[in-house]
Design a protein around this ligand. Sequence first.
Ligand SMILES: [Fe+2]
Length: 281
Amino acid sequence: MSEGGPYVPTLQRIAHLSDVHILERRGANDGSYSFSTRMVSVHRRLDDNARALKMKAALESAKRARADHIVISGDLTELGTPKQFERFAEVLHDSNLDADCVTLVPGNHDAYDSSHGWKNAMAGPLRAYASCSATEPGRTIDRATFAILPVDASRHQSIARSGGELTESTAEALQRRIEDPALRAKATIVVVHHPPFGNDRNPWHFIDGLRGHDRLLTLLVKHPQLHVLHGHRHRIVDRIVGGGKNRVFGASATVDDAPSRPRVRLYEVRDGSLESIGLAA
Ligand SMILES: [Fe+2]
């Protein structure tokens, strides 16, 4: 207790955006986009500058909200090409955010171009953000009142599929960290692109779902301090797991926003739990 009265800890604030789907910078003579780009972007306008502006506006919104940490939960790029990761890094660098306060995970779109695009981006244009992002199973960003566990559940696949996979080794590494007594009093936050729900017998889950989602769901049921932040659905999701409070939060897609009205989710860490407090202004 301090001299001036009871000690009131400052609530830590986390901003969450997702599904930016950045395109590479285009010149006047670059011709039309590739077949793959047109296919995966079939309902979205192919305008590289507009997408970069949307991302810039979302990051500015998170900064104005005084977020202590910013999470971007996958589909950072449209196909995961080197040029698209370079453009994404360019916009992120220009935001002048502290790299230790930014967590990135890849989505299915980030692995369409190759199986090593994400790894190369983490070692290349996005290396400043690698220490707080999904580079290895069990990676933990340990802060005063919360811990973030970023997960790479992407896999290289045909553009006809949009699934993810929580591998056995990743699930085991997650479990070890979640059960670490040092994290027990903190809000523990798994960031993964796909939501941890689905039905293995549904053919659509085979195409679009998270293989191994049941491992994550089991951990959620067992550990009340555990939360999941995801993207992929391109819409706001609040789900209760294990009774009591919402603990699975999905963000809308930055690519679907107008640059003048970015939707960035905000959460506050309160008593070892994560509470949604709405959208940033
Ligand atoms: Fe997406």
